[in-house]
Design a protein around this ligand. Structure first.
Ligand code: PAF
Length: 281
């Protein structure tokens, strides 16, 4: 596995991979890898002829400098996981390589980035699109793979790729879950034993919503099923519940009559967890 710390080293590794193997699939990450990231690598191996990953904790997508500074970092462990998963090359740039001195260009999806989670995390999605556009221009992949768990992020990236004509095919990968339903996330490590049990409330709430949707109930009834399950868990605080049209994230009417996305954020004992579900009538 090749380790590239500069734009030039990465471009030359990718050129070689393209000529030797064919289509390059790219998996951008911020490290702190877990099985959810490995699912992205597996998908990349399935759809591409070689896999390039990146390990870059992007300062521009953090609201508070302290969150960026305390973000877990373990390069050695992350590289070992990439290597074991069959990644061909990893880009690990310094902040100054991605954001050279005097840089001033940002990329923003003006509507999608500033709604829903974008309202509670101002500037977050602008930071994501700005870094992903730069990474795409450095790696120049044929394919890129993102998790569906960060549902709004996936829609924002799809829109940016479409609007800016990036020649990159985007694949979303379904959320990987623990056997009890909890979506895998690096934040799960911060949960105590008791709050880890309580955290299954997110997937239980989404299961209850799915049941209501299957029986043809309204959007208000689907919403109320989720709120009831969350209210039944004493350690859980509902922080965000958006039920919107899938992909466009536009508001819905009263009836469940079109592809619908549920985006849920719940705080369990000080740890904010998110989960998501797409429902089809
Ligand atoms: O999903 C993430 O880990 C990050 O938002 C991404 C896409 C790697 C951009 O920094």
């Amino acid at each position: 596995m090749q380790i590239c710390r500069s734009v030039e080293a990465c471009r030359s590794a990718v050129r070689a991979l393209k000529s030797e193997k064919g289509r390059v699939a790219f998996v951008p990450t911020m490290g702190a890898l877990h099985e959810g990231h490995m699912a992205l690598v597996e998908k990349a191996r399935e759809v591409g002829d070689s896999v390039v990953a990146s390990l870059f904790i992007n300062p521009t997508q953090f609201g508070q400098a302290s969150d960026f500074e305390t973000y877990p970092r373990d390069e050695e462990r992350d590289l070992a996981m990439f290597e074991a998963a069959g990644v061909d090359a990893v880009l690990i740039p310094d902040v100054s390589e991605i954001y050279p001195e005097g840089n001033e260009t940002i990329v923003e999806t003006t509507r999608l980035a500033n709604m829903l989670h974008g309202i509670v995390r101002p500037g977050h999605f602008r930071g994501v699109t700005t870094v992903v556009a730069r990474l795409f221009n450095i790696v120049q992949p044929d394919i890129a793979v993102f998790g569906e768990k960060d549902y709004q992020q996936l829609q924002v990236i799809r829109r940016m790729v479409r609007d800016l004509h990036f020649p990159v095919e985007i694949f979303g990968v379904p959320t990987r879950r623990a056997p009890d339903g909890l979506a895998l996330s690096s934040r799960n490590a911060r949960l105590s034993n008791e709050s880890r049990k309580a955290a299954t409330v997110l997937s239980r709430a989404l299961d209850a919503a799915t049941e209501r949707a299957k029986s043809g109930q309204s959007i208000a009834q689907i919403r109320s099923a989720i709120e009831t399950v969350i209210a039944g868990e004493p350690l859980a605080e509902l922080r965000g519940l958006d039920i919107v049209e899938a992909q466009t994230l536009e508001p819905l009417g009263a009836q469940f009559d079109r592809p619908t996305a549920i985006m849920l954020s719940v705080e369990i004992d000080g740890v904010l967890l998110i989960d998501q579900k797409e429902l089809y009538p």
